[in-house]
Design a protein around this ligand. Sequence first.
Ligand code: ZN
Length: 104
Amino acid sequence: MTKENKNYHGLPQNENNNEEPLTCEACGGSLKKEKINLEEFEGGKLYHMENIPAYICLNCGETWIPEESIHEFEKMIEIVKLRRKKHPFNAAKPKPKKRKKSAL
Ligand SMILES: [Zn+2]
């Protein structure tokens, strides 16, 4: 048995233990591994993650993101959401109006 260092759970495993597909599923072209930036607009907020390993098709330009990377990204979004919930005081708080501006 091989020991793999995984920081995610519950991902379906391929029966044939190929690491990653290296041909484009759309056109069959060859894929180039690259780091990309992922962006997701959710709930009025833009989530952004950099340096996601992805595969770019050299033939049709399609971007293929490994499922684990998508999970990482979704996890990051969840963490950000939780953080925002944990700090309700960071939400727009009305400033106390103490000083009255008197005419000079
Ligand atoms: Zn392609």
